[in-house]
Design a protein around this ligand. Structure first.
Ligand code: ADP
Ligand code: MG
Ligand code: ZN
Length: 616
């Protein structure tokens, strides 16, 4: 009959809540007891000291007794003890007619001296109320400080314990996002909608409820989402997909519920779900219950997205770098139907990003952002931001007050290849091999294209493990690669190894990265670019992971796979032979350049070309 499994969800929820409460109370109790023992012992443990009647009289005569009370058969009094502190004493009551006069003479005050009487309430207060009060106050202050640090006000939601951080002002605008013009264009409409939802609802238009920002890591997706909120001056609720996936079953779904409830109250606003792929992965039909939690969270998200009124002005943005793994249900109309690509920046974009991040950095006029942008093909916005910061740090290290071009160039290498390891003990012999290897690359490249192939060649070892490094600078942005260029590139990549073999007759492990790249390119030529005569324009592989490393999976019969491998091997081999031939033809230059590099450790592209073109 109608018994639902779902019943267990709130239960789990609550027991977790109680547990937390009990832990909290126990912590407070323990701390209170400790406080009592350590900090307030004088208040709490004030004991009544019994003294003899004679001692009492001595104290009276010495003027130490301050206050006194006569009881039925005892006298209680307050007097200074040996160390000058107040102490409650008790002594027996004697029939002493002189006592009253004696007390008057000593100026003793009469009154109540019964510590126990008030201490029932007082001690409860000092033992319990006060410490607990202090604890609660401390907790409040701390949580407030935390919230301030997070740049917003922390809101803790009733049952689910979910903390969602809402920022009323993100402080970011589109001016902080350089390049990414298409993405900004697409988001401007959303900003406009948030400014004035009525304008849209009056005409009967509904804006898409959600937009999905897709692109490689570090391209500014999070930044863009914040900029939208900043431009529209609306609250910004952000939560990361991984936060939904919690230890306790049902928590993720509860968090989604809370998030949307809160957002609805604060509309117009933006809800931003970062790394949505962690909850939005395709649901599979296996039904073994392994991913129950994630599926519940995803289902809740879908329900909430359908449920709320799009006209109210709640816009949901999400970001991911693995769009291909997302569940189709998320992408259907009415949900994240708008997809905004946020790609790696092009040359112009890189220059603009460098400029944005250099706004608050003092730079002298040797700085050439265009040159840096050209040297950083393939770098993401986050890496470029890092480059500017590294350059500033280097300037400080060198004791300068402004950043110069050399700082930027060094930091480009640092970010790409790691820090220089000046102390690395590389033997003379290894250095020679590295020098020939790097010159091998450069020489093969130069002889094929007749232009400076590199910006800089260095054999200073790097912390990343690279022993040598060739910095390439494209003269402009390239979008297409011809078949000849692809083949030349493979030849260039094999040039390092070819130089080793040609010069020393033996080969080293130093070429592993070159081999990987050459193989990848050759493979792509055959399987994806349709550049092999044997297969022509047939896609034999599909890219499964566009933004993260570009993994591919084969989509062909095993026999074809074998033929593909053969073709790849043939292609690389042919280019290796070509590189070898070039090196043989220019053996003199190879020697000259390598020895020069060995001596200088770092040479520029101009120096390289100058030696290459010099007549012997
Ligand atoms: P993503 O969310 O795509 O992984 P982020 O938005 O977190 O990337 O970007 C990380 C940092 O990189 C940003 O805080 C910013 O400093 C910098 N950045 C990335 N892209 C840009 C850009 N287009 N313009 C300016 N800064 C950028
Ligand atoms: Mg991000
Ligand atoms: Zn190499």
């Amino acid at each position: 009959m109608g018994v639902k499994d779902g019943g267990k969800v709130p239960q789990q929820d609550n027991s977790n809540g109680y547990k937390g409460l009990i832990y909290y109370m126990m912590t407070i109790m323990i701390i209170t007891i400790l406080l009592n023992g350590l900090i307030f012992p004088s208040v709490v443990k004030q004991k009544v000291v019994e003294v003899g009647y004679n001692d009492f009289l001595t104290m009276v005569d010495q003027g130490k007794v301050q206050k006194l009370e006569r009881g039925e058969d005892s006298i209680m009094f307050i007097a200074e003890d040996a160390s000058g502190r107040q102490q409650v004493y008790k002594t027996g009551r004697w029939d002493d007619p002189n006592l009253t006069e004696r007390l008057y003479r000593a100026g003793v005050e009469f009154g109540e001296v019964i510590p126990q009487k008030e201490s029932v309430i007082m001690s409860f207060f000092t033992n319990w109320i006060l410490p607990i009060g202090i604890m609660i106050a401390l907790g409040q202050i701390m949580s407030r400080m935390m919230a301030k640090k997070m740049g917003g006000n922390a809101m803790t939601f009733g049952k689910s314990n979910a903390k969602i951080y809402a920022e009323n002002e993100t402080g970011k605008t589109f001016a902080d996002v350089a390049g990414q013009e298409e993405a900004k264009e697409a988001l401007k409409e959303i900003v406009d909608f948030l400014h004035d939802p009525k304008k849209y609802s009056d005409i009967g238009a509904t804006l898409p409820k959600g937009a999905l920002l897709v692109g490689p890591p570090g391209t500014g997706k999070t930044l863009l989402a914040k900029a939208v909120a900043g431009e529209a001056h609306v609250p910004f609720f952000s939560i990361s997909g991984s936060e939904f996936v919690e230890m306790f079953v049902g928590m993720g779904a509860a968090k989604v519920r809370d998030l949307f409830k809160q957002a609805n109250e604060k509309a117009p606003c933006i809800v931003f779900i970062d790394e949505i792929d962690t909850i939005g992965k395709k649901r599979d039909g296996s039904g073994m219950g392994g991913n129950d939690e994630r599926e519940q969270t995803l289902n809740q998200l879908l329900t909430e997205m359908d449920g709320f009124d799009g006209k109210k002005g709640v816009v949901i943005l999400a970001a991911t770098n693995r769009p291909e793994t997302l569940d189709q249900a998320l992408l259907r109309p009415g949900r994240f139907d708008r997809r905004i690509p946020v790609e790696l920046p092009d040359l112009k974009g890189r220059e603009a990003i460098l400029r944005v991040h250099a706004r608050n950095v003092k730079m002298d006029d040797t700085v050439d952002f265009n040159a840096v942008a050209r040297a950083t093909s393939g770098a993401s916005g986050a890496e470029l931001a890092n480059i500017v910061n590294e350059a500033a740090l280097r300037a400080v290290r060198m004791g300068r007050k402004v950043v110069c071009q050399a700082d930027l160039e060094e930091s480009v290498e640092t970010v790409i290849a790691g820090y220089q390891r000046k102390d690395a003990a590389v033997s003379e012999n290894e250095k020679r091999i590295v020098a020939y290897h790097e010159i091998g690359h450069a020489l093969v490249a130069a002889c094929q294209s007749n232009s400076a192939p590199v910006h800089k060649i260095t054999i200073v070892p790097r912390t990343s493990g690279a022993l040598g490094y060739t910095m390439q600078v494209e003269s402009g942005e390239r979008f297409l690669m011809s078949k000849e260029e692809a083949l030349n590139k493979i030849a260039t990549l094999t040039g390092g190894r070819a130089a080793e073999e040609f010069m020393f007759g033996s080969i080293t492990t130093g070429a592993s990265n070159d081999i990987e790249q050459a193989t990848k390119l050759a493979r792509a030529m055959v399987t994806r670019y349709g550049m092999s005569d044997q297969f022509g324009m047939v896609a034999l592989e599909t890219v499964t992971n566009q933004y993260l490393g570009g993994d591919t999976s084969l989509a062909c019969a095993p026999e074809t796979a074998k033929a593909v491998d053969d073709e790849v091997i043939r292609t690389v081999k042919a280019q290796y032979d070509k590189a070898m031939q070039i090196l043989r033809d220019h053996a003199g230059k190879l020697n000259e350049l390598s020895e020069y590099l060995l001596e200088k450790e770092t040479i520029t592209g101009e120096e390289f070309m100058e030696i290459l073109n010099r007549q012997q």
